[in-house]
Design a protein around this ligand. Structure first.
Ligand SMILES: [Zn+2]
Length: 231
């Protein structure tokens, strides 16, 4: 089992805020690199959640040498349940921060969501992402759609506000940079939420949210354009 050491020179993006993403990380049999000081019980819980994620995601996480810490506070520094950092390949080894509040039955889909960011940023080509975003826009503007989870839908609303509700596949090429960024952000978060929901049907089922997304159509989009087999 390998050990990785990260310093401010191997993780230039950490700055002052993310100091505790530096230090030693020990490889676990699940392929993740855990903070060397992490408790055995916590490691086991996170490893079990990770092992329930789709195999292609696990392989990518392991190839990318994903390191993991448990949050200092209840939520992550980004005020979320789980957060992944350094997802773009130029950042080197990515890092997953698991919020203490995420330890529980929903941990597997949370970890799955975060690992999907790696797929989006590291596995796909820009051409694949563009094709998907275009197809997603068609899917979302077909009728009044509520995306897969409220969390994903908030990014859609953000985009709709930016274009004042004028959405059609034809507007795709005429978006200003601000609106385009919002559409990209929505597509990425929505993809992560969709894979989490497809892989773990119970995901966020306690939330009062009635999605109108045809999950099977979404699955086909992900399988055909993003080359990911979803369980
Ligand atoms: Zn996300």
């Amino acid at each position: 089992m390998k050990t990785i050491h990260h310093s401010a020179s191997t993780r230039t993006w950490t700055g002052k805020t993310y100091q505790n993403f530096l230090g030693s990380f020990k490889e676990h049999q699940c392929g993740l690199f855990f903070d060397a000081a992490m408790e055995t019980r916590t490691k086991r819980i996170i490893a079990e959640a990770f092992e329930r994620c789709p195999l292609v995601l696990r392989k990518l996480a392991n190839k990318s040498r994903l390191t993991v810490t448990l949050s200092v506070f209840n939520r992550t520094f980004e005020n979320n349940f789980c957060t992944i950092y350094g997802t773009s390949p130029e950042y080197g080894d990515p890092h997953l921060e698991v919020g203490k509040v995420a330890i529980g039955a929903q941990l597997p889909p949370f970890v799955c969501h975060e690992a999907c960011h790696l797929w989006w940023r590291r596995q796909l080509s820009e051409a694949q992402r563009l094709k998907y975003i275009k197809a997603l826009l068609v899917q979302m503007s077909g009728s009044t759609q509520l995306d897969v989870t409220e969390y994903a839908h908030e990014y859609w609303v953000d985009f709709k506000d930016a274009v004042r509700g004028k959405i059609s596949a034809a507007t795709f090429d005429k978006l200003d940079p601000g609106a385009w960024m919002k559409l990209r952000r929505f597509a990425e978060e929505s993809f992560c939420e969709s894979v989490a929901k497809l892989s773990f049907p119970d995901y966020k089922s306690d939330e009062d949210w009635r999605s109108t997304v045809d999950l099977n159509a979404r699955r086909l989009l992900i399988e055909s354009l993003l080359c990911m087999e979803v369980a």
